[in-house]
Design a protein around this ligand. Structure first.
Ligand SMILES: [Zn+2]
Length: 243
C-alpha cells in the first residue's frame, strides 16, 4: 500500500514510473540544492562591505579585468585555457560555463557556444573582415579592434540558440527564451551580460545580449544587488569610444 499512498500524495498520473518514495516531495529539495550549490550569498547579519579591490581590474589574468576601447589588453597576452564543448575558455570561467550550459540544457534551452577565447591575431582578422564589409565606423560599433576585445582574456563567451537562428548575434536574441533566461540567471554562475541596452556610451558597444563575461559569483551578485549594468560604472573606470 505504500506505493499507492505515495502516488496519491504526489498526484502522479504515470503509475509505476517512479520508485516508491521518489515523487513530488523530492523535487523542491532537488531544486533548492541546485540553486544553492557551490555559491552561497553572504549570510544575513554577516554582510561585509563589498571589497572592490579584491581582484585587479588591470591584470588580464584577473577575473575582474576591464578591457574596453580605452583600456587595451597586451597583444601578447594569452590565458591559461580549458576546453568547454570544444571551445577555449580561460580556466576560472570553464567550470561555471560548463554548469550554466548543463543547467540550461536541462531546461531545454540548447545553447551553443559560438565564440569564446580569441587571440589577438584572430580578433584582427574578425575586425578586419567587418571593416572590409561595412567600413570602420560601422565595424567599431559591433566589433573590437584587436587588443580591445575581452574575448582575448578567455573570460567571455558568445552563446547562440539553434531554436532561434535568426537572432544569432542580433538584438532579438534578448527576446528569445534563452536570452531571457541568461538575463535573469547568468549571474548565478558568475557571468554578466556585459553590453546592455542604454550602456553604449559607457561600454563603447551596442547591446550584446548573447555576450557573457565571467567575473565570479560575488561580483555578479553585487552588480545585480546594486542594479549596476557595467563594470566601468562599478569600478569608476573610463570606457566609451576609442581615444
Ligand atoms: Zn562576444
Amino acid at each position: 500500500m505504500a506505493a499507492a499512498i505515495v502516488l496519491l500524495a504526489t498526484g502522479c498520473a504515470s503509475v509505476g514510473a517512479a520508485p516508491v518514495g521518489e515523487g513530488a516531495l523530492s523535487t523542491p529539495a532537488a531544486v533548492a540544492t541546485l540553486r544553492s550549490e557551490g555559491h552561497e550569498d553572504p549570510q544575513p547579519g554577516t554582510t561585509q562591505p563589498f571589497d572592490r579591490s579584491a581582484h585587479s581590474t588591470t591584470n588580464p589574468a584577473s577575473i575582474w579585468v576591464v578591457i574596453n576601447k580605452t583600456h587595451p589588453i597586451d597583444a601578447a597576452y594569452r590565458p591559461a585555457i580549458s576546453l568547454v564543448r570544444g571551445y577555449q575558455v580561460a580556466v576560472p570561467a570553464a567550470g561555471p560555463l560548463t554548469r550554466l550550459l548543463a543547467d540550461s540544457d536541462g531546461l531545454g534551452l540548447g545553447f551553443k557556444i559560438a565564440s569564446a577565447y580569441r587571440s589577438y591575431g584572430y580578433q584582427a582578422s574578425v575586425y578586419g573582415n567587418i571593416v572590409a564589409a561595412s567600413g570602420q565606423s560601422a565595424a567599431d560599433r559591433v566589433s573590437a579592434r584587436p587588443g580591445h576585445s575581452e574575448h582575448q582574456t578567455g573570460l567571455a563567451a558568445d552563446l547562440v540558440t539553434p531554436a532561434s537562428p535568426g537572432c544569432d548575434f542580433e538584438a532579438c536574441f534578448a527576446r528569445t527564451p534563452g536570452g531571457r533566461w541568461l538575463a535573469r540567471n547568468a549571474w548565478r554562475y558568475g557571468f554578466v551580460v556585459r553590453y546592455q541596452p542604454g550602456s553604449t556610451a559607457v561600454t563603447g558597444y551596442s547591446p550584446e545580449p548573447w555576450h557573457l563575461r565571467y567575473v565570479g559569483r560575488p561580483l555578479a551578485a553585487e552588480l545585480r544587488r546594486t542594479d549596476t549594468d557595467t563594470l566601468e560604472q562599478f569600478f569608476a573606470i573610463n570606457g566609451g569610444d576609442y581615444p
